[in-house]
Design a protein around this ligand. Structure first.
Ligand SMILES: N[C@@H](CCC(=O)N[C@@H](CS)C(=O)NCC(=O)O)C(=O)O
Length: 211
């Protein structure tokens, strides 16, 4: 049986929980308190981060890898497109979401402002084109993005960058549909606790007071 080390509020871990739920793969869930990680988890985990998945001899981490491992093992045929070019674009979109788009959103949240950059705007255009070609419904791209869109929706007024998503109506519709998928809804974290965590940890920092 798969052992999944997770934290309720963690969007990376929710990706994996949602996919396992969608595919009806049984798993033991180990909820990790990230502020007080158990010794047994730290001994097991090479990074100290969740999600961590243990399946027999396989100890795996990085949600991008875990999604593909679970999908391949369960022969999830809708995981990626059958078109080799689009499949590559979908993988690239997952990587660029974590590497470019998500950090820009978190920066906008922290600074309470967004000055559009060519890089982020171009990535959003690319993402919109990729989701248009992907179509709606369960896919690894949908499970990858939905937990983030869900949380950002909860703190929407604090993230000026989301206007850039909203202008791209096909992208916004696709993301809203991804969040509405039953396994995403079923695995969503406690809303009040997540909003509190987001704003305390990632929200605008109080201006330093002069000495
Ligand atoms: N790139 C990783 C990110 C995982 C990650 O950052 N997890 C956070 C929780 S959302 C974590 O475990 N933080 C604990 C720490 O860094 O000590 C993935 O995709 O799995």
């Amino acid at each position: 049986m798969i052992q999944l080390y997770s934290a309720d509020g963690c969007p990376y871990a929710q990706r994996v929980r949602a996919l396992l739920t969608h595919l009806q793969v049984p798993f033991d869930l180990h909820e990790i308190d990230l502020k007080n990680k158990p010794k047994q988890f730290l001994e097991l985990s090479p990074t100290g981060r969740v999600p961590l998945l243990v399946d027999g001899d396989h100890k795996l981490y990085e949600s991008f890898v875990l999604l593909q491992y679970v999908a391949e093992k369960s022969r999830f045929t809708q995981a990626f497109s059958s078109d080799v070019g689009l499949r590559a674009r979908q993988r690239l979109a997952m990587i660029q979401f974590d590497g470019v788009i998500s950090p820009a959103v978190m920066k906008a949240l922290r600074e309470a402002k967004y000055e559009p950059t060519e890089l982020v705007e171009r990535e959003l255009d690319e993402l919109e084109e990729t989701v248009r070609r992907t179509g709606s419904g369960p896919s690894l791209l949908a499970f990858h993005l939905a937990p983030f869109w869900l949380r950002w929706g909860w703190v929407r007024p604090h993230i000026p960058l989301l206007a850039s998503f909203d202008r791209r109506t096909d992208l916004k519709r696709w993301l809203d549909e991804a969040v509405a998928m039953a396994p995403v809804q079923k695995t969503q974290p406690d809303r009040a606790a997540t909003v509190k965590l987001y704003l305390e940890r990632f929200g605008p920092q109080p201006a330093a007071t002069a000495p």
